[in-house]
Design a protein around this ligand. Sequence first.
Ligand code: ATP
Ligand code: MG
Ligand code: MG
Length: 387
Amino acid sequence: MDGKTIGILGGGQLGRMLVEAAHRLNIKTIILDAPNSPAKQINALDSHIDGSFTDLDSITKLAKKCDVLTVEIEHVDVEALKTVSSQLNIPIYPLPETIKLIQDKFLQKKHLISHEVPVVESYSVEENTKENLLQIGDKIGFPFMLKSRTLAYDGRGNFVVKSQESIDEALKFLSNRPLYAEKWCPFTKELAVMVVRSIEGEVFSYPTVETIHQNNICHLVFAPAQINPSLSEKASIMAKNAVKSFPGCGIFGVEMFLLPNNELLINEIAPRPHNSGHYTIDACVTSQFEAHVRAVVGLPLPKNFTSLSTPSTNAIMLNVLGDVKETNKELEMCRKALETPNASVYLYGKSSKPSRKMGHINIISSSMDVAEAKLNYIMGETSGVSL
Ligand code: ATP
Ligand code: MG
Ligand code: MG
């Protein structure tokens, strides 16, 4: 593996954690993003590329220095990637075709349906007009979820259309974006599964986890999900089937809804490391980041390499978000985590902005109850627990 260089489009926290994992295997990484982005800060070994990861010239510059390209974000210019791949004959994983299918959430849904993967009922919005949305509301009922097909993250492309009266506000909020509508999903839990696909097309799944969102942003992850093991297995099989439908290799995050009747529906798939997989750094034999690195350079992915470190490992991941008052209050939580045995703090080197993902905390224990007690302490809900 010595001597290989991975070019990464995007230098945020996911890129930063990919850099760490690659370096442990003597694999070099070069980042394409704005100067001083989080991944560049910890990776000063090579000349990075300053520029936009959606710009053809910058991607070409990057590709000329690398053996393989990957992405830490799906919002890239697929046509530029295809051009670079054919002109420079460099492998790109995930495949540009896969990114293209996934980056448009409505195309992604259609693709999954065509592969018999159950998804939330979705309807195209051909034109962003009140009449169209009234018709959709009549058909699928209120509330429904209006979503931007593209460039969505942390719920910033979503609007809950509560009633006919909220349509004007929804259209204003999502104006000029390509839209589709989803039936409201009365889920009891949100689950997620990280799946790795090898160059040969073999798929491996990490444990099924539960994710808890606040204001559409991932807040907590419980690993493994505290649900019936047969349901976890069902989620894992569904996630693997979904990922099998996308050619190419690398890691994928599969988000799901669990319904009151125990039915599972896929919400969306990310073709990259995912927030719901950050717990793997401390709880698993091989982290999601190392798994991705191994997959894209063709290193071994042995049986069970995605398993928890021990069968009794439990983990909670807590996202550290920028405080609404911009007071760096979130750092107080990190200090408490540092005081807590078996908790690890990861900071991303970003300046604080309200609701921005600034870092995360992993808590590991052989008992989920103990992990929760530690979480309560870290979140400031209890002043002292026996840690
Ligand atoms: P991400 O940061 O995960 O990429 P996103 O902007 O793509 O987020 P979604 O995953 O589509 O947004 O939705 C964000 C959250 O909104 C979901 O995790 C879920 O809590 C809620 N949500 C999404 N779709 C629905 C739905 N159809 N019915 C009810 N709640 C939903
Ligand atoms: Mg998304
Ligand atoms: Mg999501």
